[in-house]
Design a protein around this ligand. Structure first.
Ligand code: UTP
Length: 290
């Protein structure tokens, strides 16, 4: 079945990025000159997904504004004779049809996805985390939609991570069924050091069947009071197969200070306007640190 809708959860507090995220949502912090969530919206739009369900929360209204029309700004750019910037601004609001749903309290990723139940309805849908950036020639979610065409069940993006970092991720235990595709046997959320079943980490892209909503409704909150998506996925795996797909591309956790800076450097070096100057600056810096 074709995937036509995508859910982008963006209602978290972003505590790892305080104080920057006190009033500015982390999803709007720029990677060079574009907010993280705009890269994600572009990934969705260029993959042929028509409708996005944005999960927002308190202090997150500016995300909706970013994807709305801005007649004052557009008139100003028209008057100033800046058709180049006008096009950039207009393109943002025309990318996809956006429906926004408010998560009243950030009660976890599983709960955020559950907020999209009514709008998604009874079809498989994509999930892209609002702070997970993937730089790829073929957009990651598009790669996954291609794989999903020939399968039933659920599909998770996975990536090999160093063994020293497995405790930071949801990790799968799986059997390779074809190139880059694993059948998931087990999922462990943030395994203790030395107890990880593999180094295949779940990354913020999913294609899920609507059945996940009913299962998430039954998931009990964890010790922190959060409803975890992984718990819903574990229940789902008892009923239908779940696969992990090792995507092709570079991933940055833009909700984490280091990941955010790494993304800015990588995208900055490729940026036509600032790339060469940034490269020179990095060379100067590295000379200073010798
Ligand atoms: P994170 O765990 O990275 O978000 O969730 P967080 O809770 O904001 O992070 P920290 O640990 O406090 O820094 C991944 C994505 O899911 C969204 C977040 O906005 C982020 O884009 N999310 C998370 C929700 O929409 N609702 C939630 O209850 C939790």
């Amino acid at each position: 079945m074709r995937v036509k809708k995508a859910v982008i959860p963006a209602a978290g507090f972003g505590t790892r990025f305080l104080p920057a995220t006190k009033v500015v949502p982390k999803e709007l912090l720029p990677i060079v000159d574009k907010p993280t969530i705009q890269y994600i919206m572009e990934e969705v739009a260029s993959s042929g997904i028509e409708e996005v369900i944005l999960i927002t929360g308190r202090e997150k209204g500016s995300i909706e504004d970013h994807f709305d029309t801005s007649s004052e700004l557009e008139n100003h750019l028209r008057m100033k004779g800046r058709p180049d910037l006008l096009k950039i601004v207009q393109d943002i609001s025309e990318m996809v049809t956006l429906v926004s749903v408010r998560q009243k309290e950030p009660l976890g990723l599983g709960h955020a996805i559950l907020c999209a139940k009514k709008v998604v309805g009874k079809e498989p849908f994509a999930v892209l985390l609002g702070d997970d950036l993937i730089d790829a020639k073929i957009p990651c979610i598009h790669q996954m939609m291609e794989i999903y065409q020939d399968m039933e069940g659920a599909l998770l993006a996975i990536q090999k991570v160093p063994r020293t970092k497995t405790h930071l991720y949801g990790i799968i235990k799986g059997k390779k069924v074809k190139d880059r595709v694993y059948s998931v046997e087990e999922m462990v959320e943030k395994p203790e050091k030395g107890r990880s079943p593999s180094n295949l980490a779940i990354i913020g892209r999913y294609i899920l069947p609507p059945r996940i909503f009913e299962l998430l409704e039954k998931v009990k909150p964890d010790q922190r009071g959060e409803i975890q998506l992984t718990d819903g996925l574990k229940e789902l795996n008892k009923e239908i197969p779940i696969y992990g797909y090792e995507f092709i591309g570079d991933r940055y956790d833009a909700g984490d200070k280091l990941g955010y800076l790494q993304a800015n450097l990588s995208f900055g070096l490729k940026h036509p306007e600032i790339g060469p100057k940034l490269k020179r600056h990095l060379k100067d810096l590295s000379l200073r640190f010798r």
